[in-house]
Design a protein around this ligand. Structure first.
Ligand code: ARG
Length: 451
């Protein structure tokens, strides 16, 4: 029709499809509309675009929004396609929307605008997971279980102490994501291609309209910087790595009957009728691989990029989306698995007494009676070697005779040794700050709930 300009800026030849990010840009469709609106409002306020034209552009953007991303004309990317759609509606004046900016600052702004939302979701997922750990821990303060080092029974602990160990790690993940959010939340808009603009724009105003905390000072940095993607992906990969440890533990524990995962988080075998497998948590465990790959995709794409904008940056963005999506999902799934899991107290307590996991406690009892810890360690190690499993009092005493030339009971009472050999008493005795004794765990629970 009249006034409609048909442009074919996006030629691209045979590489047309290869060059276009339009499909992937669906993710920033809403962000681009927000950025366009803020920019146009600022241009009108500064008298750079007439108010009537700005009004027409804003109305056209509303229509574009209603019709959706799928209805956009073909283009190199969503920015170009939306501009084309606006021009199709209101004529060449629609092109005034792109005054005093470039797609370089535009896309950087869109990514930051959208990522804020996604980081929020990821942060909320870590909070929900931590809540599920705290709530499960509250129920299991007295539930004694074996603690492991090198996959071998090491010392008895409690389920609450174990669960809160992950809550503590995930609390740092939340903090890292919040840090990434803070640096993501800065506006590059107005940097234009990289070299600013002669128009009398107000960068603070668009930053404000878009809810950013401020602007990125240097325009060359603003249009090129993607370290906010690296930082976000790194925080997510760090979280996914900790999460994979929790998932691995739960897989191992469910294998031993130490934890009962809800059927909602288990699956059956298509051939072996007796099987109930912890597939959900195996997938959670695997997500650390996705996140590491997203982070490494970003690192390798961004490495060595010269100033200023280079089209490589278009291929960096999807790594961030994929990483944030899968890690948030895995975090939410893990929270559900934790909330619905049961911890069979009797099985756990029996297991906690196996493999002489109370050995350290016996050595501690001897050391508390005045023996140098190294000597106490020697006595108990000799007994461990003699006994098959947990040594009885006679075996411990025989080892003391060997090592010390004296009876064990010259140092400690029988009842002290019996206490030390009991996994429940052993846990109760380890009440140092941060330790597994119910009193020490109560303090940790209080702090974790307050966070
Ligand atoms: N779609 C591009 C991206 O995601 C933005 C376009 C900038 N293009 C350009 N040729 N300067 O980075």
């Amino acid at each position: 029709g009249e006034g409609v300009v048909r442009r074919d800026r996006f030629s691209g030849g045979p590489a047309r499809g290869f060059m276009s990010s339009l499909a992937a840009d669906e993710r920033i469709f809403a962000a681009d509309l927000a950025v366009d609106r803020a920019h146009v409002v600022m241009l009108a306020e500064r008298g750079i675009v007439e108010e009537a034209t700005a009004g027409e552009i804003l109305a056209a953007l509303d229509e574009v929004e209603t019709e959706g991303h799928a209805a956009l004309p073909d283009g190199e990317d969503v920015h170009e396609a939306i501009e084309t759609a606006v021009i199709e509606r209101i004529g060449p004046d629609g092109g005034k929307m792109h005054t005093a900016r470039s797609r370089n600052d535009e896309v950087a702004t869109c990514i930051r605008y959208r990522l804020r939302e996604d980081l929020f979701e990821a942060i909320e997922a870590t909070l929900a997971l931590r809540k599920s750990l705290v709530e499960a821990a509250e129920e299991e303060v007295e539930t004694v279980m074996p603690g492991y080092t090198h996959l071998q029974p090491a010392q008895p602990t409690t389920v609450a102490h174990y669960l809160l160990s992950y809550e503590a790690a995930f609390a740092r993940d939340t903090a890292r994501l919040l840090d990434a959010y803070d640096r993501t939340n800065r506006s590059p808009l107005g940097a234009a291609a990289f070299a600013g603009t002669p128009f009398d724009i107000d960068r603070e105003r668009t930053a404000d309209l878009l809810g950013f905390d401020g602007v990125l000072r240097n325009s060359m940095d603003a249009s090129s910087a993607r370290d906010f993607l690296l930082e976000s992906a790194s925080a997510l990969a760090t979280h996914a790595t900790a999460l994979s440890g929790l998932a691995e533990d739960l897989v191992l524990f469910s294998n031993k009957g130490f934890v009962e995962l809800s059927d909602d988080y288990s699956s059956t075998s298509s051939i072996m009728p007796q099987k109930v497998n912890p597939d959900t948590l195996e997938l959670v465990r695997a997500v650390a691989g996705d996140a590491a790959s997203g982070l490494s995709g970003l690192l390798t794409t961004l490495k060595g990029l010269p100033r200023a904008y280079n089209r490589d940056l278009q291929r960096a963005t999807p790594h961030a989306w994929e990483t944030v999506d899968i890690v948030s999902e895995a975090t939410a799934v893990a929270a559900g698995a934790v909330s619905s899991a049961e911890w069979p107290a009797e099985t756990l307590e029996t297991a906690a007494g196996e493999g002489f996991s109370t050995a350290t406690g016996v050595a501690d009892a001897l050391a508390m009676a005045g023996l140098p810890f190294r000597t106490a360690h020697e006595v108990v190690a000799a007994a461990a070697e003699r006994a098959d499993g947990t040594p009885d009092l006679a075996t411990l005493d025989a080892s003391a005779e060997d090592v010390l030339d004296a009876s064990l009971f010259e140092y400690v009472s029988r009842s002290d040794v019996e206490q030390a050999l009991d996994p429940v008493a052993s846990v109760e005795s380890r009440d140092s700050a941060g330790g597994p004794a119910p009193a020490a765990v109560a303090a940790q629970l209080e702090e974790a709930s307050a966070d």
